[in-house]
Design a protein around this ligand. Structure first.
Ligand SMILES: C[S@@+](CC[C@H](N)C(=O)[O-])C[C@H]1O[C@@H](n2cnc3c(N)ncnc32)[C@H](O)[C@@H]1O
Length: 359
């Protein structure tokens, strides 16, 4: 396949396709991995069906993923229905678990919103785009009087072994959400910058507003892919620059976090908007810097199968990928200490006004 054809497939926005076209596409994609069309066995040996049905109704409440899957060089990705660029497989689940602990250490907590007392007493909480649900599970355990819901477009969350006060279901944040108005006291959403298009964000903010109770709090933790592409080591900048191009090509907004507090939340009607930003050290000798370095390498590993086809001159062979990984780790040591940062992360909290408050 030519570079242009590959770039179109992975970096340009998708148009909806018929089921037959999806099947044809999967056949073609599987040429990369040699895996069977219907099923794949991940590197950890877990058997997973990848023959999930085409996009379902917006309010799907089953544990079936709403997107098709494709496997490239052993990593499993969403197909065209979902813009999300990172893998949907066991390796990335592990990365997200680890990333949760990294972020908890970096921010010093699991949330900034003033909801501690409510959580202690019994609140209804949504983890929006929960992934493998490390945040949800930790909080459900810490606040047994509260009830937690996690939604994700892919069922990465635990379906059977989970705390009694946790519920999970598949739902697409770019569509209508399967909850009545005014359901939640607190909504948490982390790291959807590589997942939602601008239209997806608009829908998501309006839907989350709808299902949040008056007086309830919403909280986002996000990074800015553009800022990250302008900081850190040369290989880090190359990687994030290509990631930026990739997500922009799929209609996403690399600096969405800068629009969240200044535009989107305000326009939706949220009040008491507050934000806090923190630098993310990498390979600076600290534990956090070590965790962030490990996260960076796993993130690159998850995208290498796609990037190697988009940039074959730099990442086309296994040897080049291994060299690039080495450079990603080692170049930080050549930077001045105050430059060993992978951009900044933001926490943004906002409240839905009480019914008698004006917008
Ligand atoms: C980077 S992960 C973050 C997961 C989790 N919030 C965390 O911090 O560990 C992004 C998650 O968003 C999910 N996702 C992507 N597109 C989505 C959509 N349209 N609706 C719901 N979830 C989506 C992905 O499946 C993935 O689990």
């Amino acid at each position: 396949m030519s570079f242009v054809a590959f770039f179109r497939r992975f970096a340009l926005p998708r148009k909806s396709k018929t089921r037959q076209q999806h099947v044809e596409k999967r056949k073609e994609t599987d040429l990369y991995s040699g895996s069977s069309i219907k099923n794949t066995i991940s590197k950890t040996g877990t058997f997973r069906s990848v023959d999930s049905p085409p996009s379902q109704a917006a309010t799907s409440s089953s544990s079936q993923s709403t997107s098709q899957k494709r496997t490239i060089d052993g990593r499993r990705y969403h197909d065209d229905n979902v813009p999300y660029v990172l893998p949907d497989d066991d390796e990335d689940k592990d990365r997200l678990h680890q990333q949760h602990w990294m972020l908890k250490l970096a921010y010093g907590n699991n949330f900034d919103a003033p909801v501690e007392a409510q959580l202690e007493n019994g609140a209804v909480v949504l983890d929006s785009g929960c992934g493998p649900a490390t945040w949800t599970l930790e909080l459900a355990n810490a606040y047994p009087h509260s009830t937690f819901y996690g939604i994700d477009v892919a069922p990465q969350f635990p379906e059977t072994i989970k705390p009694f006060n946790c519920n999970f279901q598949v739902a697409d944040l770019a569509s209508k959400l399967p909850f009545p108005d005014n359901t939640f006291d607190f909504i948490h959403q982390r790291l959807l910058v590589v997942a939602l298009s601008r239209a997806g964000w608009n829908n998501c903010i309006s839907e989350l507003y709808r299902i949040l109770k008056p007086g309830g709090w919403i909280e986002f933790r996000e990074t800015d892919i553009r800022v990250a592409s302008e900081t850190g080591s040369p290989s880090f900048q190359f990687f994030f620059e290509k990631l930026r191009i990739m997500i922009e090509g799929r209609g996403m907004v690399p600096s969405m976090v800068t629009e969240l507090d200044s535009h989107l939340l305000k326009e939706q009607g949220f009040v008491s908007i507050q934000s806090r930003s923190i630098p993310m050290p990498v390979m600076d000798g600290s534990i956090l810097g070590q965790l962030a370095g490990d996260d960076l390498i796993s993130l690159f590993e998850g995208l290498a199968p796609i990037m190697s086809k988009l940039y074959p001159e730099k990442l086309g062979t296994d040897e080049q990928i291994a060299d690039f990984k080495r450079a990603l780790r080692e170049e930080w040591a050549d930077l001045d200490e105050d430059k060993r940062y992978a951009g900044r992360w933001w926490d943004i909290c906002a409240q839905k006004p009480l019914e008698n408050d004006t917008k």
